[in-house]
Design a protein around this ligand. Structure first.
Ligand SMILES: Cc1cc2nc3c(=O)[nH]c(=O)nc-3n(C[C@H](O)[C@H](O)[C@H](O)COP(=O)(O)OP(=O)(O)OC[C@H]3O[C@@H](n4cnc5c(N)ncnc54)[C@H](O)[C@@H]3O)c2cc1C
Length: 296
């Protein structure tokens, strides 16, 4: 750890409270955290961490994460300082830490269509490419043309066809590569119409989702033929609480932090929901949120 701290002293922080850096506002401290400013800096930091056998996790806005109360014994690299964006007539290329909603908004202002589904998803580009984030029947895989990544030794480019995309699935979930940037294809559209669509959808999000409380979005993936939120609601679980974690009254697919929730509270609530939904409907709910556990 000493070598990393010495070589990257300007971008490293020790004992970073993860609760302050995640949308759930849950989690203990990471031994080390870093905020690299360039792709090359990120790549050389990760390469050195690997050489030094330091457990490393790369994240974006941490809006899909449940950090553990025990924290993280290693290095968490946040991509949020990597924000360079290049605009073309029919594409945008953005670094991993760029805000997805910000580029979707800018695309709309430029009268470019394709990203409007992503307006309101609180992701970074890297997190969205990793998760194949989606909404309104669209998802990242529909507009991505290629991504660049670091495989631990080299920076490479991956075309869309090699992303193994599926519902909330991508090759990055198994490859361990670090996404550095992505290119999305866009088409000419009507700026005013696109703007209106985005505003309407944002309004709907505010009405339907509990954005007033910390959360990590939908806790469960959509089970085939069902909606997780509807199944949970039908089990009478809206408002059900364990510690500071509560099944949202507004949208049963969300667990919200009503104050002081721990990862233990959230995990216990997930197990309870799962058991009730299985008992009532015989459907297994797979989690979409990612628990960063210290357990092997
Ligand atoms: C209020 C709210 C609403 C939401 N609405 C939606 C929605 O409509 N649709 C949807 O799909 N999701 C939604 N989400 C969930 C979340 O925003 C998405 O999953 C998003 O893609 C996560 O992006 P992130 O930058 O926060 O990634 P993080 O949460 O930081 O990371 C997610 C995963 O990606 C990995 N990762 C991140 N960056 C990189 C990188 N550069 N290289 C390699 N791996 C990386 C992380 O290790 C982690 O495994 C919502 C969340 C909230 C809180």
């Amino acid at each position: 750890m000493q070598t990393i701290k010495e070589n990257f002293s300007t971008i490293i922080q020790e004992d970073l409270p993860l609760a302050k850096h995640s949308s759930f506002k849950i989690g203990g401290c990471a031994d080390l955290a870093a905020f690299p400013r360039t792709k090359e800096e990120l790549a050389s930091l990760v390469a050195l961490a690997k050489q030094e056998n330091i457990k490393t996790l790369v994240v974006g806005n941490a809006t899909n994460m449940l950090f553990d109360d025990a924290g993280f014994r290693g290095l968490i690299v946040f991509t949020t300082a990597l924000k360079r964006v290049i605009w073309g007539e029919d594409f945008v290329e953005a670094e991993a830490g760029a805000s997805l909603t910000a580029i979707a908004g800018e695309a709309v202002r430029r009268g470019l269509s394709g990203l409007e589904f992503a307006y309101g998803i609180p992701a970074t580009v890297g997190g969205a490419v990793y998760m194949n984030a989606g909404a309104y029947e669209a998802e990242i895989s529909r507009i991505l043309t290629e991504s660049t990544y670091f495989d631990g030794e080299h920076i490479r480019t991956r075309p869309l066809a090699d992303h193994a995309y599926g519902y909330r699935k991508s090759v990055y979930q198994t490859s361990g590569d670090i996404i550095l940037s992505a290119r999305f294809s866009l088409q000419k559209g009507n700026a005013e119409e696109l703007q209106k669509l985005c505003e309407d959808r944002m309004k709907a999000r505010k009405e339907k989702q509990p954005l007033e409380f910390p959360s990590a979005g939908s806790v469960f993936k959509r089970p085939e033929g069902h909606f997780a939120g509807a199944l949970i609601e039908k089990c009478g679980l809206k408002g059900y609480r364990i510690g500071g974690a509560e099944v949202s009254e507004k949208h049963a697919g969300f667990i919200v932090n009503r104050g002081g929730a721990t990862s233990h509270d959230v995990l216990s609530l997930i197990e309870h929901i799962r058991a009730e939904v299985m008992k009532t409907f015989g459907v297994y709910l797979e989690t979409e949120i990612i628990h960063v556990s210290e357990r092997p």
